[in-house]
Every structure is written in structure tokens, then in C-alpha cells.
Design a protein around this ligand. Structure first.
Ligand code: GLU
Length: 551
């Protein structure tokens, strides 16, 4: 067979050589040990938590080592592509603040290793396929869908492995006349790689996540170029990650099954394969069955990346939570370093678990409470203002009406060794502080058990006469003690506990009455701070409203 002639017949329009292309992709000039990683999402319009999970690994590996993290759009499957798919990808990652150093952008691209959209790289792939044909390592296959289906049936009946290999590789050694006849008829064809592998052989692989393993060599003549001249994932992965200088490929473990194909292709091309980190599936405990299962697009809204912002999860909380899933030692590090930025943590693929990571949304909430508790009131204010502008415009209007008041409220109990942890979501801010706004104030005047209506009214009336918005929290508490003593409540909780029969209740009940009147509920942060923010007029109005309601 004259392979040179065959290559020219299949690719008359390709005039470049692999050397021409390789010359356009010089080795990257990076410090020793710097890693180059990439995200290769397909623009299907749906970005899921697994994408972010992998992207965080990519981003950390690259930026921790002084390397490069880039975005490549894998749009070789036109059937799965949706309008605006690239925008969805870019928006999702920018919402989480994972900065790409280079790659596809909304209106083009940035970087010297492009094009970064696979659909724009047809000539590059075809140049390399042409050279494989010239070397006798790839050939056209004109088998139709029906023929392939019949082959499969035959294999099933004979209990043989499925696929295009051995005697089933019917176009592998066909004479030129047969090929020419099909080409003359215009029969569509794919190009297949001629595998010299055997399932009797094992290949050693050392995965950064899964560790050392042996995989079975590939004996299938896989398709590398589809009938529309666009490569399959296998071939595009090998060509792109080589040319773009990727040093570590982080991808889902579903790709482990075809890793032997990829290793084989790298070898045939004469290129060194990158390192691989095959990440475990994200699992959850099914609420109904109580057993572990994969997160599902249909059943689990939390699989979609858009879910987190819609619900009001801060992006840093989601990233920190994913880091707790990725590296088992992260939580310990966080406890020892509560104030350091997450990116100071020395992330390592060695600490990644090879088996499924268990996603637990309650745990995410706990992590988020800690993350928000470490923020300044200013940061929380800005984030809530931005979030509510889109997701809760009515609350946004109230929240930003007097910014200093909102900030002052958010500052209560913040900082210090034991900060308050009331907020897990930006949407939690509304129920936390809605009572401040008369428009949202819906009091529940249920009194503590030990307090009669008459006592409550008397306490509130007297407190109203003495109230000073500029008291200190201690000054306020002194007033509460005095009121307690006057109305038959113990001024000290301890005294009440020692002789409960001698008192109606204790000072805590008295201050609870004030809290109920002013905040309309039993839970609120430090009352004197709250009342200082509200100001005398609003506080007095609240006290009067409660006295009137008690009848
Ligand atoms: N386009 C592939 C996917 O969406 C990327 C896999 C990879 O990162 O290599 O699954």
C-alpha cells in the first residue's frame, strides 16, 4: 500500500506538516516544577459541581507552582452544543473567582497556544492524522452504522469482546482500489488508528490520584477523525494537550477506561504523555434510600453550579467546602490557621481520595458559617447588597437604604475569638435582620413562661422611661437587673437557681421581654447594640407597640 498516496487522497487540502504546526507551539518558558493545567468543558449549557471540583484542582496545581491554568472549549460534538454555552462556562468560573491565565474568552481568546476552541483547530488535527496515514498508522473506514450494528450482534452471539479489532477491523488492510471506489462514490468515512496493542498486555500507569495501577492495553482501532473531519475526544485530547503544553490532566474517573487509548496515541505520536489525575465521582447520601449514589442532574438541584449563587452561597464557601472534600487534611489546617486565605493551604494530589467524595450540603452550610464569620461587616454588606440586587430586590431596597445601619448591625458579634455564626447563605441575612425594618417587622409577642402580661407591660413602660441608646451593653444589663429586682425577679441567675421558689424568674426573663418587644422574637444579637443602631425613636415606638398589643 502506498500510504503517501492514500494520505494525499484523503487530505488533498492539507499542505502543512506536523513540523510546521509544532513550530507554532514552542515549549513554555516556566520555572522548574511549574504545572500547566486546563479545563476542557464542552459548551452543553450545563456546568456542574464536578466541573468546579476539577477546576479547583487544576487551578491550585497551576497557581501553587507558578504555572498556567487555561480554558479550552471542547466543542467537537455539535449535537450537544447549545447557544450561549461558552458564556455559561465563563460566567460559572468567574462567579467562583477561578482565574484562567489564558484560553477562550467571551469574545475571543487570550494566550499564545490557541486557538482555544477545538472547532477552530480542524486543520491542526487533520495535519497530524494525515501524517499518521502516511506512516501507515491510520486508515479510512467506510463501515456503515448497519454494518457495525451487525458486527456487534455477531460478537454478542459468539460471546466475544465488542468493538472494532482483529478480524472485525474490516477496513484495516483493504486494498487501495476498494478505498478509491468508496471515495469515488462519496461514501462517508471515519479515520481509525491502527492499534498494535493486545488485551494480553498490561500497561503500567501511575495516577496522581488513583496511584499505581496496571491497565489493559488497547486493541481497538478507535476512531480518531469523524466523518465531518472533526476529531474524537481521544485524538483532540492528545494533540491539544501536547501542543498546549499541559503537564497535568485533571479529569473525571470516567476517562480511566479509555486511558490506554490515550497512552497509545501519545506513544504513536512520539510525545510524552502528561501526568493524569483522575478524580473520583461526587456522591451523596440519597434522602430516600439512605445509601450512597452519584449526584444526578434530574434529582439534585445542587449539582448545577448556578444553584449556589441563586441560593446565596458565597463563592468562597463553596470553594472551601470543595477543598475539605479534596484534601482530608484541609480542615485541620483551617482550624490551625483560621485567618489565612484558603490559597495558603498547601494543596496536594497525594491527599486526594481515590474513592468517591461524599457531598453533604449541611456540611457546606457549616463551612459557610465559618467562612462568613471571618469576613468583615463591610465585606458581608457588599456581598449581600450585590446578591440581593439580583435575587431579592425588595430586601435590597431596605438593606441599602441606610447602609451604615446595615453595616453596624452586621458588625455585632463579629471579630474576636468567638465570632457569631448566624449566616450560612446571603439569603440568611434577611431573616436575621428583617426586624430592623418596620416594613418587615412581624412581631411574635409570646412572653417567657414566668412573665405575666402585667409584669411585662410594667417592665416595658419603666424601661421606656430609662432607655438611653448610648448605654453600653453593661449599662443596659444593670438596668435590667434593677428592673428584675423591682418586679420580683432575681437580679442574678445564680440566685434564682439556688432559690427558684423565691422569685418569679430571673434577669434573663426581664431582658427577654425587652428583646421580644423590640425585635419581636426571642433570638437576636446583643440588644443594646441593636437598640443603639435603631435609635431612640424606633425603639420607643416598638416598646409602645408591644405594650398596646399586650392589652
Ligand atoms: N470535554 C471533556 C468533558 O467535558 C473534558 C475531559 C478532559 O478534561 O479531558 O468531559
Amino acid at each position: 500500500m502506498d500510504y503517501m498516496l492514500l494520505a494525499d487522497k484523503l487530505f488533498p487540502h492539507i499542505h502543512k506538516t506536523p513540523e510546521d504546526i509544532l513550530a507554532q507551539y514552542p515549549a513554555r518558558q516556566l520555572p522548574e516544577g511549574a504545572k500547566v493545567t486546563r479545563m476542557g468543558p464542552s459548551p452543553t449549557g450545563f456546568m456542574h459541581l464536578g466541573n468546579l471540583y476539577g477546576a479547583l484542582v487544576d487551578e491550585r496545581l497551576a497557581h501553587q507552582s507558578g504555572g498556567v491554568f487555561y480554558l479550552r472549549i471542547e466543542d467537537t460534538d455539535k449535537k450537544r452544543e447549545v447557544e450561549g454555552g461558552v458564556q455559561t462556562i465563563i460566567d460559572a468560573f468567574s462567579a467562583f473567582g477561578l482565574p484562567f491565565d489564558e484560553g477562550a474568552t467571551l469574545d475571543g481568546e487570550r494566550g499564545d497556544y490557541g486557538p482555544y476552541r477545538q472547532s477552530q483547530r480542524a486543520e491542526i488535527y487533520q495535519t497530524f492524522v494525515k501524517s499518521l496515514v502516511q506512516r501507515g498508522l491510520a486508515y479510512p473506514c467506510f463501515a456503515t452504522e448497519e454494518e457495525l450494528a451487525a458486527m456487534r450482534q455477531q460478537q454478542e452471539a459468539a460471546k466475544e469482546n465488542f468493538g472494532y479489532y482483529g478480524k472485525y477491523a474490516v477496513w484495516r488492510d483493504r486494498p487501495m482500489e476498494d478505498i478509491e471506489a468508496e471515495l469515488a462514490k462519496g461514501t462517508p468515512y471515519v479515520v481509525r488508528f491502527r492499534s498494535e496493542g493486545s488485551i494480553e498486555h498490561k500497561v503500567k500507569h501511575e495516577d496522581l490520584v488513583k496511584g499505581k495501577m496496571e491497565v489493559t492495553e488497547n486493541d481497538q482501532d478507535v476512531v480518531i477523525l469523524k466523518s465531518d473531519g472533526i476529531p474524537t475526544y481521544h485524538f483532540a485530547h492528545v494533540v491539544d494537550d501536547h501542543l498546549m503544553g499541559t503537564t497535568v490532566v485533571v479529569r473525571g474517573e470516567e476517562w480511566l477506561a479509555t486511558l490506554p487509548v490515550h497512552l497509545q496515541l501519545f506513544r504513536a505520536m512520539g510525545w510524552k504523555a502528561p501526568k493524569y489525575a483522575h478524580t473520583a465521582q461526587l456522591m451523596k447520601i440519597d434522602e430516600q434510600t439512605g445509601s450512597k449514589r452519584k449526584l444526578s442532574k434530574r434529582k439534585d438541584p445542587e449539582l448545577a453550579l448556578t444553584f449556589y449563587n441563586q441560593q446565596g452561597y458565597p463563592a468562597p464557601s463553596v470553594l472551601e467546602y470543595l477543598m475539605t472534600l479534596l484534601n482530608s487534611n484541609f480542615e485541620e489546617w483551617r482550624r490551625a490557621n483560621p485567618d489565612k486565605p484558603m490559597n495558603d493551604f498547601p494543596f496536594s494530589t497525594k491527599k486526594m481520595s481515590g474513592s468517591g467524595a461524599l457531598f453533604d450540603i449541611d456540611k457546606l452550610g457549616d463551612v459557610s458559617k465559618n467562612v462568613i464569620s471571618r469576613m468583615t461587616a463591610e465585606q458581608v454588606y457588599d456581598a449581600v447588597a450585590a446578591w440581593s440586587a439580583h435575587n431579592d430586590p425588595d430586601f435590597h431596597a431596605l438593606f441599602t437604604r441606610e447602609p451604615d445601619k446595615s453595616r453596624a448591625f452586621l458588625a455585632i458579634g463579629r471579630g474576636g475569638k468567638k465570632p457569631r455564626k448566624d449566616l450560612a447563605l446571603w439569603s440568611d441575612v434577611k431573616p436575621y435582620m428583617d426586624f430592623l425594618f418596620d416594613e418587615l417587622f412581624q412581631p411574635d409577642y409570646t412572653l417567657p413562661e414566668h412573665v405575666s402580661k402585667d409584669d411585662a407591660k410594667a417592665i416595658l413602660t419603666e424601661f421606656k422611661a430609662q432607655f438611653d441608646p448610648n448605654d453600653t451593653p453593661d449599662g443596659f444589663f444593670e438596668k435590667m437587673k434593677a428592673l428584675a429586682a423591682q418586679h420580683g425577679f432575681a437580679a442574678e441567675t445564680k440566685a434564682y437557681k439556688q432559690n427558684p421558689d423565691q422569685y418569679k424568674g430571673h434577669v434573663g426573663d426581664v431582658s427577654m421581654v425587652v428583646r421580644i418587644a423590640v425585635a419581636g422574637r426571642q433570638n437576636a444579637p446583643d440588644m443594646q447594640s441593636v437598640m443603639h443602631i435603631m435609635g431612640a425613636e424606633q425603639v420607643k415606638a416598638r416598646l409602645e407597640q408591644c405594650i398596646a398589643a399586650l392589652g
